[in-house]
Design a protein around this ligand. Structure first.
Ligand code: PMV
Length: 312
């Protein structure tokens, strides 16, 4: 009999608070359960092999080589060290349905799935708290100094109200929140937009700090709106958050257009999501308005639209 041993982790989307979260403000983010990264464990009795053919063509690689600059190899090494075990005699095949480099957390999700697979294959115990730290460390190698919001929502697979260096707080929604996640198709590196906000913060703190504080206020109010099911207020807060992110210089003409066409087509709120300058935006819609907003976004040039619902 053959059977599959699979571990997995979801994609994520930031609802409110990106960028300001790097400076200690709160952010709200949710997992996207239907989009996942997976790791399949195949017992082979042969030396450990790590394969990720659809993600990373440089694999399989020798994970013992400390010089290998590869996020999956780093994650494998860190997990083996944390568990204090030798590589198991299995092949692990990592794959992902999450679009790469698009602010949906594909890197953190494949790391989390891989960490879980290695723990499983070595009969080790890797509590979420520890896995979260390892995934953060790998993210840090490739993205500078991330706030930690991505790895946290992905590892715990819960909606999170995230404040840097504070204990995990989750939140729930009173009403279903229907979202369309629209990709501008313009790849943009989060590292670059985060670095530019850092420069702005250092050169003009009098301009930047009030914007970061204002985003923090929006996040607090958005949490109340989500928890009480006040969707009109939630929508207005999304627009306000987008306006503040524009002032922080992380929007783009395409993102602004997508926000505008979403509103014209009946969305009750819209904003960029994640690093900005390209990548994704989210439109807050109802079941009734979703089709018209989706068509409008495609007509405006969206490369891909992922519908998702945050359920109460
Ligand atoms: O581009 P994403 O979705 O990975 O989001 C990055 C979020 C930022 O707040 C811009 C950076 C961070 O580390 O939190």
């Amino acid at each position: 009999m053959s059977f599959k041993l699979l571990t997995s982790a979801p994609a994520k989307i930031i609802l409110f608070g990106e960028h300001a979260v790097v400076y200690g403000q709160p952010a709200l983010a949710v997992p996207i359960a239907q989009l996942r990264a997976q790791a399949e464990i195949i017992p082979t009795g042969q030396p450990f092999r790590l394969v990720a053919s659809d993600i990373d063509e440089s694999l399989p690689i020798n994970i013992d080589d400390q010089l290998v600059d590869n996020a999956l190899a780093h994650m494998a090494r860190l997990t083996l060290q944390a568990l204090n075990v030798r590589p198991p005699n299995v092949s692990i095949i990592v794959s992902s349905q999450i679009p790469l480099a698009s602010g949906l957390g594909s890197g953190a999700a494949v790391s989390a799935a891989l960490g879980r697979a290695i723990a499983f294959a070595t009969n080790g115990t890797l509590p979420n708290e520890q896995l979260n730290r390892l995934v953060y460390e790998v993210e840090g190698l490739h993205h500078g100094t991330p706030s930690g919001v991505d790895n946290t929502v992905i590892v715990y697979e819960r909606p999170v109200y995230f404040v840097r260096d504070q204990t995990l707080e989750t939140f729930s929604v009173a009403e279903p929140v229907h979202l369309l996640i629209a990709d501008t198709g313009n790849a943009a590196l989060t590292k670059v937009s985060v670095g530019d906000v850092r420069k702005l913060y250092e050169t003009d703190p009098a301009f930047t700090q009030p914007l970061l504080d204002a985003i923090g206020q929006v996040v607090q109010q958005a949490r109340v709106a989500l928890e009480s099911g006040d969707l009109p207020t939630l929508g207005a807060l999304a627009l306000e958050n987008h306006r503040l992110l524009r002032q922080l210089t992380v929007s783009s003409p395409e993102l602004d257009t997508f926000v505008q066409v979403s509103m014209e087509a009946g969305a009750y709120g819209a904003k960029l999501s994640g690093g900005g300058r390209g990548g994704n935006m989210i439109a807050f819609v109802t079941e009734q308005t979703a089709p018209s907003v989706e068509s409008a976004l495609y007509a405006a040039g969206a490369a891909r639209i992922i519908p998702t619902t945050i359920e109460p």
